[in-house]
Structures are given as structure tokens and as C-alpha cells.
Ligand binder design. Structure first.
Ligand code: ADP
Ligand code: F6P
Length: 467
């Protein structure tokens, strides 16, 4: 494959994020760092396998960056001004849409100037795709930040096959209808030939809304538009490169790292592990409370059990995220000040992201994995754990409100709002017999290896190209 950037591409992914973030250090040197979040984790192996172009924002404000070749595909940066970061990214995407689409766990904020910025930036992404796409190319638009792109792109380039995939939940009609610009969003998505969701329920929510638009009729997962076009909406549960992660987890380097990590944690008999972006949708407050109470009551003995929790910094300038960070610092501090032995802390909390090898090593040493979001489109962490942790004496505690719960039915399922219920389930996950745990792990690991990221991308793209 050529190492130089191509003028055009016949396969294009358009996402708010690029796979790498541009970081300008204090001494003005520049570094590129892997971008946070499940979207990048999922799409990187797809792009490495297929090639083409990935259009997205490079994470810095007011900086024009030239396209470059990376890992077998072209990276096409889209610039955002400081004001656009504030209004389009932090504002409309992450203080309006994110809470609205996550069942208003936090109150969505509506500002007309944020919507204007969202429209302007969506047009820029659509234009970037229109400029790069070969005649008849396939363009795959990703996630809630870019819901207007399908319609804008279709107006610019009717020759393209356009797909859209929503990585987060699509809300019920009663919540979506609060949005003053709801028709704009629905019409934006209807510019696609195929709209993909994480679960069938999210797809039905969208179809119900689409059918209410004037001139639109629909049945059985499709709607017919007045211009004769047809749009299909369907669930494509996203996944991970399970074999690739398992290979990394079994490499001598990661095995050695895992041994060292366990020793660094004081060689406890049981390690509970959580890893999330620091986001209120991930249910960290309740999770930390539940584990803290178990330490307090002595049902978990801090001499034997350690709870390791990593949190990736995320959207740090958005108010709700700042409050969450302080709350977790406080909760963890309280637990450790009460129950920590001098030798080690009961809760080992790190507000940082770690390299893939280290994360894989952590999955390897996690006896009980805690994945307890209040609501999550899918949650790839749960699947990563299953791919990396091959020991059968392992347990996945999973929220029934994660999309992954539909596939990983053998998990220790919890309602993350029910702290007492969560405590009881965590104890069960710690103490159940190895035989019970092995049976659960076997079934769930099979599911993840048989439904991997290749299957996800192939199913979506085959359907899109056949539409
Ligand atoms: P979301 O897309 O909402 O962040 P997911 O669970 O689907 O949630 O995906 C999160 C991704 O980010 C996973 O691939 C996970 O491994 C990665 N990740 C989360 N926290 C960290 C961290 N502290 N360090 C490294 N990777 C992380
Ligand atoms: O779908 C999950 C997601 O919201 C992605 O769209 C996003 O890239 C990722 O989480 C991380 O969030 P952010 O890009 O705001 O850092």
C-alpha cells in the first residue's frame, strides 16, 4: 500500500475524533497520542484492514494540520476553532446531545448558538468527505456529533453510498422530542441509506420518530421517503478485535507486566477492576460507594482484596465532568482514610489513561471486572476483559443497562441504581465456585470471539453496499 496520502478514496470514515490526538507540550514540541473512547478502539482495526481515509478532528483548537498516512490509511484532519470546540463539541455534542441520549441522567442544556455551531461544523465535515470521495464511494459517518452529515453530504454528492452508525443509545421519543431541533436531526440521519444502532430498541426509537415526519412511510425496519429513496435502520452490536487483544494479552511482555502489576498492588488474593472514561453515564459514583461499603462492613477484607479503578480524563471543561471528578476523588479518599492498611490502599484509583499493553495486563490480573454504567450504548470494556482474561476463575459484573448485556447474558447482572443489590452481586462474583464462574466465562468468551469487530464491520458494510 502506498505511504503517500491519496487525493481521493473509495472508502471513507467520518468521525468527530481521529484515531490520534495532537498534543502541544509546554515546550511547544508536538506529540500524537491515541484518542480516548470506544469509537476509536473499534474503528482502528477496521481501517487498518480496509485502508481508505479517516476524516476527523485532531483534538486541538485553532490548528490546521496537513493530511498524513497512518497505519495503512489516510488521516484527514478537520480544524475546529476554540469557539467551535466550546459550542459544537463541549456544548451541543456533550452538554446537549450526550445527556439527552443517555436518558437525561444529567440535565441537557439547550442553546441556539450551540446548535448553529453544530450545523456549521457538520457542514465542514460533510464538505471534507465530498472533496475526498471517489465517484460512487462508500462513506461511513459515525456517532452523535455528526448526525447532520448524511443529509448534507447527500445534497453535495448524490452518487455516494452513505452509512451512519450511532455508538450511543438513541433515546425514547418522549425524551428526544424535548430537542428544539429534533426535525433537523431526524432529517440529517435520513440522508443515509443505512442507519445502524447498538440495539434493536434504539433502532425502533429512531424509526418511530422517522415515521412521524411528513411524507414518510415505513414498515419492517425501513422508511420510504417522498423522493423515492429508502432508508434502513437496524442494530449492529459493535465489538472488538478479540483475537488481536487475546494475542497481545498472551504475549510474554504483557504477561511479565501483569505479574509486576499484581506484585505492585501487594499481591492481594482478589483484585476488583474497573476502567472507564470519567463520565457520569458509567455509574462510577454508585460503584465506588458499593465497594466502599463492602470494605467498611468487612464483607471485603482490605488485607486481601484490592479495588483498582482507572478513569480516563474526558471532556474536562464540561461542568458535569468537573463535578464528577471531584466527587470520585472525595469518595475514594473517604474509603481509603477509613479502611486502608498502612501497607496499601483498599482502592487504588488512577485518573489517567494507560498504554494498551498495561491495560491488557490489568485485565489479566482482574479476578472480578466491574462494568456498571447507568446507561451505555454497548461498552467495549466488558468485551475486552473477556478477550484478555483467559483464566476461568474470573467474573464479569455487568450493568443490565449496557448494550453488551443483550449479548453477555451469563454475566453477574446488576441494576447500577441499586447499591445493595450491587453489593450482593459483587460478593457473589467474588465467592462463587470456580465451576460456576468457568461456565459463565466460557459462554461469554465464545460470544465475543465469534462476534468480533470484523463481523460488525462486514455486516454493516455488506448491507450498506447491498441497499
Ligand atoms: P466509551 O466509548 O463511552 O468511552 P467503551 O467502554 O465502549 O466506552 O470504550 C472505552 C474504550 O476506552 C475501551 O477500548 C477502553 O479500553 C478504553 N479505555 C478506557 N479507559 C481507559 C484508560 N484509563 N486507559 C486506556 N484505555 C482506556
Ligand atoms: O461513542 C462513544 C464516544 O462518545 C465517541 O463518540 C467518542 O469519540 C468517545 O466516546 C470519547 O469521547 P470524546 O471524543 O468526547 O473524548
Amino acid at each position: 500500500m502506498s505511504e503517500s496520502v491519496q487525493e481521493t478514496a473509495k472508502f471513507i470514515v467520518v468521525a468527530n475524533r481521529l484515531p490520534v490526538d495532537r498534543i502541544v507540550n509546554d515546550d511547544s514540541t508536538v506529540d500524537w497520542r491515541s484518542s480516548p473512547g470506544g469509537l476509536v478502539t473499534a474503528l482502528e482495526p477496521v481501517m487498518q484492514a480496509r485502508g481508505g481515509a479517516w476524516i476527523g478532528w485532531h483534538g486541538a483548537a485553532d490548528e490546521q494540520v496537513e493530511p498524513f498516512h497512518h497505519d495503512g490509511y489516510d488521516v484527514i484532519p478537520v480544524a475546529l476553532s476554540e469557539l467551535e470546540v466550546e459550542r459544537y463539541y463541549e456544548g451541543f455534542s456533550n452538554a446537549t446531545l450526550w445527556p439527552l441520549y443517555h436518558n437525561c441522567i444529567a440535565e441537557p442544556v439547550f442553546h441556539r448558538e450551540w446548535w448553529d455551531a453544530y450545523r456549521r461544523v457538520n457542514r465542514r465535515f460533510a464538505q471534507a468527505a465530498a472533496d475526498r470521495a471517489e465517484h460512487g464511494a462508500t462513506v461511513w459517518v459515525q456517532d452523535y456529533q455528526l448526525q447532520l452529515v448524511p443529509q448534507l453530504l447527500r445534497e453535495m454528492r448524490p452518487d455516494l453510498r452513505i452509512g451512519f452508525f450511532l455508538h450511543i443509545p438513541f433515546p425514547p421519543i418522549e425524551l428526544f422530542n424535548r430537542l428544539p431541533w429534533r426535525n433537523g436531526i431526524i432529517n440529517g440521519l435520513l440522508g443515509a441509506d443505512l442507519v445502524g444502532f447498538q440495539t434493536p430498541g434504539h433502532g425502533s426509537n429512531f424509526l418511530r420518530l422517522a415515521r412521524r415526519q411528513p411524507g414518510i412511510e415505513g414498515a419492517r425496519g425501513r422508511v420510504h421517503l417522498s423522493d423515492g429513496r429508502m432508508v434502513t435502520a437496524k442494530a449492529f452490536p459493535i465489538s472488538i478485535d478479540a483475537a488481536g487483544m487475546a494475542e497481545l494479552a498472551n504475549s510474554p511482555k504483557v504477561q511479565a507486566e501483569a505479574r509486576k502489576l499484581r506484585a505492585d498492588l501487594g499481591d492481594p488474593s482478589t483484585i476488583l477492576f474497573g476502567v472507564d472514561r470519567l463520565d457520569y453515564s458509567k455509574g462510577l459514583r454508585n460503584r465506588v460507594r458499593a465497594v466502599g461499603e463492602l470494605f467498611d462492613s468487612g464483607e471485603l477484607n482490605p488485607e486481601e482484596v484490592v479495588y483498582l479503578q482507572l478513569a480516563t480524563p474526558s471532556r474536562e471543561r464540561v461542568e458535569e465532568y468537573r463535578i464528577l471528578r471531584d466527587d470520585i476523588d472525595l469518595l475514594v479518599g473517604r474509603i481509603n482514610s477509613k479502611s486502608a492498611s498502612l501497607a496499601r490502599s483498599a482502592v487504588n484509583y488512577r485518573y489517567t489513561s494507560v498504554p494498551r499493553e498495561t491495560l491488557t495486563g490489568m485485565y489479566q490480573i482482574a479476578d472480578v471486572m466491574l462494568v456498571t454504567p447507568l446507561l451505555d450504548g454497548m461498552n467495549l470494556v466488558a468485551k475486552e476483559y473477556l478477550a484478555c482474561r483467559s483464566r476461568s476463575d474470573s467474573a464479569l459484573v455487568l450493568s443490565e443497562f449496557a448494550g453488551a448485556a443483550l449479548e453477555l447474558k451469563q454475566a453477574y447482572m446488576v441494576n447500577p441504581y441499586d447499591i445493595d443489590g450491587m453489593k450482593a452481586t459483587i460478593l457473589r462474583a467474588v465467592h462463587d465456585s470456580p465451576r460456576v464462574k468457568a461456565r459463565k466465562m466460557r459462554a461469554m468468551r465464545r460470544q465475543v470471539f465469534e462476534h468480533d469487530i470484523d463481523l460488525w464491520a462486514d455486516s454493516f458494510l455488506n448491507q450498506l453496499e447491498g441497499e
